[in-house]
Design a protein around this ligand. Structure first.
Ligand SMILES: [Zn+2]
Length: 545
């Protein structure tokens, strides 16, 4: 998972019926700004400014340090981006600290500070202004401490922040500047006194034992949570990933012209959704979009469905019937599985495209039609042309523009947004209130290969919504293939010849991947031909046909 894919709702978990909540597996609780501010005021009154500021700065340090440690342990992939400075601003906004305007990092060894962050709407500055009015000093004590603890953990070296400008004293933003402890000059010493010696090393030993106690929420079958989900179906097609963004851009451009389009891609990638998208973005969108699956009907039925017929044209033709091509006049006709068309249907379709005219079955009259044809296939049509199974002239007519939808495994950034979209749909459809995916579940979804593409993702989420006791979808709510780790071969049961190990391994990978040979070959780093050869050699081919 990447930082940009983080979703606060998936890091937070709530126990049904209330009582406890957790953030990244650690118990957490909500507080509000006013009562938090009152606590600060009480402390100031009781123990004075220096002690209060020290306590708040140090507790901020511990909080920031612990959070970094949790992310490091729980979400190593996100953690790898922390050093680039991407995660900190995101965390600040998730915690409601304020809005980070800019945050810059250097190597910390030159004159420029290691980190310099500008932000507005700091909760501490806001608190101060509300409770005491404009202050003469800076107010963001917990936040400088938090930033120091967090960055110290990231850098594995103590970093202290100070706040030269703050909205609480009338500046237009808060500015936080962080440096390695030994890079600060003497002039910063009065400000660093509030850290009172807390640093990267002593905090480590102090919290080690605490971190061993990990809270995990018990599952509960009674769900009593209201889930709010902002993802809507209208956001389809989801295109956070670069290949999808390019495809959608192209689809919008070609939607405007009446050219024929061939949509290709593996089974389950969502071809019909893209066709719908193109139709909606074309100037034919006030006319019908009609679809037919060319592989699902016999030739004579398809003929009558597409072209219509007149009464008495054949046995059973009791009335005149308008075909889909005529019905779609002015609009779009979607021919799914176009590679399945018989040779004679190919010829008829070619005539429609070339002459823009149709004749109903059994009719002598010819009618003019204006239909935009979008076809789709998961077959290699070019190969079908070469093999003589598909007319070359029709192929060129249909394939003026090819839009190839990438498989889901090549558009990783779309997996979670799509999954959240399906979750919202199935919650509504099945009357469930699942709040989101546990972060470990999210990782499993991201690391899976999705041989069945979006259709498989939708099925997986539907199944999980049905089975999960809630409130979140946990790893165990996903099907077996998400968990299958092929175990390390051991010599406990005697030493085996290498080819037996190889055979067993290939067979278990094939089983894990639902007999998807192309994927198995890819995962094992061999060609498909080699995989077949080996299966034949091991006499296993018939078991995986
Ligand atoms: Zn401030």
């Amino acid at each position: 998972m990447k930082t940009s894919q983080l979703d606060l709702r998936e890091l937070l978990a709530f126990k049904p019926h209330g009582g406890t909540m957790s953030f990244l597996g650690q118990r957490a609780y909500l507080t509000d700004m006013v009562s938090h501010g009152m606590l600060r005021k009480e402390l100031l009154k009781t123990i004075g400014e220096k002690a209060t500021r020290t306590i708040i700065t140090r507790s901020g340090f511990i909080r920031g340090w612990l959070l970094a440690e949790q992310i490091k342990r729980k979400m190593p992939e996100v953690w790898s981006e922390a050093r680039q400075g991407k995660l900190g601003p995101m965390i600040c906004s998730m915690f409601g600290f304020g809005e980070v305007l800019t945050s810059q990092r250097t190597d910390g060894l030159s004159d420029a500070p290691l980190v310099e962050t500008y932000f507005i709407g700091s909760y501490e500055a806001d608190q101060e202004l509300r409770l005491n009015g404009q202050s003469t000093d800076v107010a963001c004590w917990e936040q400088v401490g938090f930033a120091s603890g967090y960055v110290s953990n990231v850098q594995q070296r103590t970093v202290y922040f100070i706040e030269p400008e703050c909205q609480a004293k009338g500046d237009c933003h808060c500015r936080l500047v962080g440096n390695y402890i030994d890079q600060w000059g003497d002039e910063a010493l009065p400000l660093l006194q509030y850290y009172n010696g807390i640093n990267n090393d002593n905090i480590k030993s102090e919290v080690q034992d605490i971190l061993k106690i990990e809270e995990y929420f018990p599952r509960d079958s009674n769900i009593n949570l209201s889930a709010k989900n902002n993802f809507s179906h209208s956001s389809y097609p989801i295109s956070n990933s670069h290949p999808m963004q390019k495809l959608i851009e192209m689809a919008i451009n070609v939607a405007k012209v009446p050219t024929s389009i061939l949509v290709t891609g593996e089974s389950g990638v969502g071809k019909e959704k893209l066709v719908d998208f193109i139709h909606r973005h074309s100037d034919r969108n006030n006319k019908p979009l009609l679809a037919i699956n060319c592989g699902a009907l016999t030739e004579s039925l398809l003929d009558s469905e597409l072209f219509g017929h007149v009464k008495g044209a054949f046995t059973g033709a009791e009335n005149n019937k308008m075909g889909l091509i005529e019905s779609a006049n002015g609009g779009t006709l979607f021919l799914d599985e176009v590679g399945e068309l018989s040779p004679s249907m190919q010829t008829k379709l070619l005539r429609v495209i070339q002459e823009k005219q149709i004749r109903r079955v059994g009719d002598n009259n010819i009618k003019d039609v204006d239909v935009r044809i979008i076809s789709a296939t998961n077959k290699d049509l070019e190969a079908a042309v070469e093999a003589g199974d598909f007319r070359q002239d029709l192929y060129y007519r249909l394939n003026v523009i090819e839009l190839k939808i990438p498989p889901l495994r090549n558009r990783g950034e779309d997996i979670l947004p799509l999954a959240r979209c399906f979750l919202s749909d199935f919650n509504e459809k099945l009357g469930r209130k699942i709040t989101g995916f546990n972060y470990k579940t999210a990782d499993l979804l991201l690391n899976y290969d999705w041989p069945g593409n979006i259709r498989q993702l939708a099925n997986t989420i539907e199944r999980a919504v049905v089975l999960s006791p809630g409130p979140q979808i946990m790893p165990e709510d996903l099907p077996e293939e998400f968990h299958q780790n092929i175990t390390k071969p051991s010599i406990n049961n005697g030493i085996k010849p290498l080819n037996t190990i190889e055979k067993d391994y290939i067979v278990s990978v094939l089983e894990t991947l639902n007999n998807n040979k192309a994927l198995t070959a890819k995962k094992l780093g061999m060609s498909l031909a080699t995989l077949y050869r080996k299966l034949k050699e091991y006499d296993e081919l018939q078991n995986f046909d």
